[in-house]
Write a protein that binds this ligand. Structure first.
Ligand code: GUN
Length: 295
């Protein structure tokens, strides 16, 4: 079994991005600037946004964090998005999800200028991705593809079972894994909470992408010998042996499943750091301007 080390791969990619930024600085190019909107104080969202902003600093990107009370209205949030859309110093905009229930997430996502949609959640970004046109790819699936590429894992013709159909991970991952690229060309099955014969499917899988948001959901009896397992889950569970009283686990029962795999991502330090790389790559692309994305 080989561990797919998100920390090591992301360090490698971040070093490349930093070099690109250093060159932009020398040549007087546009330094990428990411604006993040955080509504409320959900601890997980705080942690994610914090690490996105810290990574910007590490790479020499500019960053702006806009924080709002959970009571902010949809109307006011739309105005804030619009301000960022028309601010030429801002290249990328991300609105950390989830938003409070009274705000329609789609209304906010749809309001982001697609040329600044570095999360790749806007319908134009998703539509272009689906058609194989240049666009911002959603950060987590993009990060997983970079991980496969880095390790030279060829998934051509392999059966990939994706568990979870979210708009930001499972559904776009079906597109990236099945399209005619390298990595890609896999045969994809999208399973979800209503799938009846899940174990039957996962036992046929050469690649499993677990993105269902349930702690240690994928158990060893569901995994074929030699499978490649990518674990997107980040679940906090109680653990009395830890000082904090809790710890993070993925959607995969790592200790049992790892023994059967050819490759597996750990949690933490697997897919998580790769997601940030995806976002940073998109932000650099956004700073490079419209030309890179036009078609
Ligand atoms: N919430 C969970 N994952 C993400 C992500 O990749 N981007 C944003 N904006 N919110 C999220």
């Amino acid at each position: 079994m080989q561990l797919l080390d998100g920390t090591a791969v992301s360090a490698h990619i971040k070093a490349q991005l930093k070099t690109e930024v250093d060159i932009l600085k020398v040549n007087g190019g546009k330094i990428p600037h990411l604006a993040a909107i955080l509504v409320g104080n959900n601890p997980a969202s705080e942690a994610y946004v914090g690490s996105k902003v810290r990574t910007c600093e590490e790479l020499g990107f500019g960053s702006t964090l806009l924080r709002f009370e959970p009571s902010i209205t949809e109307e006011l949030l739309l105005i804030e998005v619009d301000k960022l859309n028309s601010d030429a110093s801002i290249d990328g905009i991300l609105v950390q999800l989830p938003l409070p229930k009274h705000i329609e997430e789609n209304a906010i996502i749809n309001a982001i200028d697609p040329l600044k949609d570095v999360d790749g959640f806007h319908p134009i970004s998703q539509g272009k991705m689906m058609l194989g046109q240049p666009t911002f790819l959603p950060a987590t699936p993009y990060g997983m593809m970079m991980m496969l590429e880095h390790y030279g894992i060829d998934v051509t013709g392999k059966h990939c079972v994706i568990i979870g159909r979210s708009n930001i991970v499972g559904t776009p991952m079906t597109i990236l894994m099945s399209r005619n690229t390298n990595p890609g060309n896999a045969t994809v099955t999208l399973a979800h909470s209503k799938t009846k014969n899940l174990k039957e499917l996962t036992l046929q899988a050469d690649v499993i992408v677990a993105a269902i948001g349930r702690p240690r959901f994928v158990t060893a009896d569901m995994v074929k010998e030699g499978a490649i397992v990518l674990d997107v889950g980040i679940n906090r569970i109680d653990d009395a042996t830890r000082k904090s009283g809790s710890r993070l686990v993925g959607d995969v029962d790592f200790d049992q499943v790892a023994e059967k795999c050819s490759f597996i991502t750990p949690v933490p330090k697997g897919v998580g750091p790769m997601t940030i790389c995806g976002l940073m790559k998109n932000t650099l692309l956004a700073a490079k301007g419209k030309k890179a994305l036009s078609n």
